[in-house]
Design a protein around this ligand. Structure first.
Ligand code: PEP
Length: 246
């Protein structure tokens, strides 16, 4: 099933989350042929857990720590998320990589922590503007995917991947659907080469300035299996239109 996910980033208080869900749920009530996911801040997970109980809209976190518990002040573990009913977690978002210094090694540890927990990670990869201009897009994507999945090659079916070119995030300048398609195809071929038993269940989402006007164009591409939407997901009406755009 296609996956359309919101990434609210550091937006929405718990009260605003309540209001959003109150408005959003009726708008997508009949949409059952695609997965709808809201990746909310940690502080909104409780209210999402309450309001989405027994609903078809799922909720996820935007980050997780790789240790199971202990002296890691300010961090949140996989089991804490699991206990709230979290289904997905974003791992390695470019803002975590570039603003918070998250390395490929840390991202790999986070994926290891998620696998087997029942929480499905969405691994984010993407090249920066300078890397794109230097013709390094495919090389960067290959390196990020390989390092993130290091020692996990047999489990590639248990994750989803978001291709999010860093230059397209929040810039109003998305990749063209055709360019994104080429990278998505490349990632699928890479997964096939890494895991000889690969079943092809990893969805490759596109993220980066998706909005109500361009969402359907991305979803026409054969290897674009869903979307990760930042800014445009903050308005329930706009996000519901993106969910229903294809
Ligand atoms: C994101 O941060 O995951 C994202 C895709 O942001 P935006 O849609 O705002 O570009």
């Amino acid at each position: 099933m296609k996956l359309i996910s919101a990434n609210w980033k550091m937006n929405m208080t718990p009260s605003q989350t309540k209001e959003y869900l109150y408005n959003f749920l009726p708008l997508v009530e009949d949409v059952k042929d695609r997965e709808i996911l809201l990746c909310v801040p940690y502080t909104s997970l409780c209210i999402a857990s309450e309001m989405l109980k027994d609903k078809h809209v799922k909720f996820g976190a935007q980050n997780v720590h790789y240790e199971p518990k202990g002296a890691f002040t300010g961090e949140i573990s996989v089991s804490m998320l699991k206990d709230l009913g979290v289904s997905y977690v974003i791992v390695g978002h470019s803002e975590r990589r570039w603003l918070f210094g998250e390395s490929d090694e840390i991202i790999n540890k986070k994926l290891i922590a998620c696998l087997g927990s029942g929480i499905r990670p969405i691994l984010c990869v993407g090249e920066r503007q300078d890397e794109r201009e230097a013709g390094l897009t495919f090389k960067v994507i290959e390196t990020q995917v390989k390092l993130a999945l290091s020692s996990l090659e047999d489990y590639t079916d248990m994750i989803d991947i978001a291709y999010e070119p860093v230059w397209a995030i929040g810039s109003g300048n998305p990749a063209t659907p055709e360019d994104a398609q080429k990278v998505h195809r490349f990632i699928k071929e890479l997964l096939e080469s890494l895991n000889k038993n690969y079943k092809g269940t990893t969805r490759i989402l596109y993220g980066g300035s998706v909005n109500i006007h361009n969402a359907s164009e991305f979803m026409k591409m054969p290897d674009i299996d869903g979307l990760l939407v930042g800014g445009a997901s903050l308005d329930p009406e706009a996000f519901s239109q993106i969910v229903k755009s294809f």
